[in-house]
Design a protein around this ligand. Structure first.
Ligand code: EPU
Length: 428
């Protein structure tokens, strides 16, 4: 079985460049389904979720491929199917965007219920509510969602839950609807703005993305063009935390500092020194143990749930007891058992984890229980004394481009191995 092997203790130092945002790129790739013409998308991370989406688009009759590093060329002019089977789409959560995109394009979409990381119930009721408001008939049977509309007609849609996925999905379908759609209580994550910018570049008329009211005036067609995806806020945050966790000195480039504000503020509260530049952030510590801090996840601009496992890992060796509250997902603490096996002291009660700081973690074999939990295990391995082996790498590969190469360039002792022998001597 493939595993990552980390010999902990190296302080990360140097410069690392952040890749394009995975959660933006998956939505943009799905959006190209509605475009008649060629799209050239730059700054696309080469991660497995993107490969799956390229396969899905090709399976639907579109042309999609990596033309060069970070550049995906897509032409969906001749895309001719509106059905994406369950076997394919269950592999990624972002396949839910096929619903909005195919519905917008054909007035008909048949898509398997989406998969993705498992942290509790992942409903799509708000997506469905939005599609129904636009005039679609929706049926769910045998794991497939069938959406049909003779005409999509703009409407006012109030989301009962702030949902990234529902906001993007409704925005997609509404682009090619008749009249104006207003999404109220919309999510405001940076990648929502990015998807809206992409659609506008291709001829859509979307205003207000990044606020909680988005107005979409339907247009009759989207045309091809070029677009560059924003830097990945969560990858950037993962490197910021890894740098702080190892007491290192790392400059992170291709980053939008304002997207990092909730994390930067929290790290500063813990005693991390942060210097912000136009498109870079330098992270270092004063060599002393970090202070405990309480963290509550919230939709953007709050503290991102996708950085919760990583920051909690950092807090395992902070001075004092920290409380980490997960407000977005029902069950995103599955990974704490792995950290406890590395010597952490964490107890979970419902949505709150109490993290009692210990002097250090110790290496152990651990499992990545989902994508961001996998990143947390990597950070734990970098912090720990001794060797950590991380299994279940498929999760990490879904969302981090060249993670171990990037960490190695900063001085981490990390290697990917297939064997089960003594790897300590191989690292570094
Ligand atoms: N929700 C509903 N009904 C819905 C949709 C969502 O109740 O119809 C609830 C969810 O159960 C959850 C909350 O609303 O409690 C937020 O869910 P959201 O729809 O915002 O999440 P998502 O679109 O499925 C995206 C990211 C996740 C990230 C969340 C929250 C993508 C592909 N995924 O998921 O990213 O955690 O937003 O920010 O963009 C990751 O990258 O590791 C990841 C899981």
């Amino acid at each position: 079985m493939e595993k990552l092997v980390i010999l902990g203790g190296a302080k990360l130092s140097g410069e690392v460049e952040i890749s394009g945002a995975k959660n933006s790129a998956v939505a943009i790739l799905a959006a190209t389904i509605m475009v008649k013409g060629k799209c050239r998308i730059e700054n696309v991370p080469h991660v497995s979720d993107i490969n799956v989406l390229i396969d899905i688009i090709s399976g639907l009759g579109g042309k999609a491929q990596f033309a060069s590093k970070g550049v995906v060329e897509i032409d969906c002019t001749d895309l001719n199917k509106y059905e994406a089977d369950w076997e394919t789409v269950r592999r990624i959560r972002a396949s839910s965007y096929l619903m909005g995109a195919l519905l917008g394009r054909f007035g008909h979409a048949r898509v398997g219920m989406p998969g993705g990381c498992d942290f509790g119930v992942r409903p799509i009721d708000q997506h469905i509510k939005g599609f129904k408001n636009l005039g679609a008939e929706v049926e769910v049977d045998h794991g497939m969602v069938d959406l049909k509309a003779d005409r999509l007609i703009g409407d006012n849609i109030y989301l009962d839950v702030v949902s990234v996925g529902a906001t993007i999905n409704i925005m997609l379908a509404a682009c090619l609807a008749e009249g104006t759609t207003v999404i109220e209580s919309a999510a405001k994550e940076p990648h929502i703005v990015d998807v809206a910018n992409f659609l506008n570049c291709m001829g859509a008329n979307i205003k207000g993305a990044g606020t909680d009211v988005i107005k979409i005036k339907g247009v009759s067609e989207l045309h091809g063009g070029e677009f560059s995806v924003i830097p990945d806020q969560i990858e950037a945050g993962t490197f910021m935390i890894a740098a702080a966790a190892t007491g290192g000195d790392v400059t992170i480039t291709n980053i939008i500092p304002e997207h990092m504000e909730s994390l930067s503020a929290k790290l500063e509260e813990m005693g991390v020194i942060i210097d912000e530049y136009d498109e870079a952030i330098r992270i270092r510590t004063n060599g002393k143990p970090l202070k405990c801090a309480n963290v509550k996840t919230q939709p953007y601009p709050g503290f991102p749930t996708d950085l919760q496992p990583q920051v909690l890992t950092l807090l395992t060796t902070a001075n004092g007891t920290s409380l980490v509250t997960e407000n977005v997902w029902d069950n995103r603490f599955k990974y704490v058992d792995e950290l406890n096996r590395m010597g952490a002291k964490i107890s979970v009660d419902g949505r709150v984890a109490a993290v009692e700081g210990r002097p250090n973690l110790t290496g152990a074999p651990v499992y990545a229980t989902d994508l961001r939990a996998g990143a947390a295990m990597v950070i734990a391995g970098l912090m720990a004394k001794g060797v950590t082996e991380i299994y279940n790498l498929k999760y990490i590969d879904r969302g981090y481009e060249n993670l171990e190469e990037k960490l190695r360039s900063l001085g981490a002792q990390i290697a990917r191995r297939n064997d089960s022998g003594n790897v300590r001597a191989d690292i570094g």
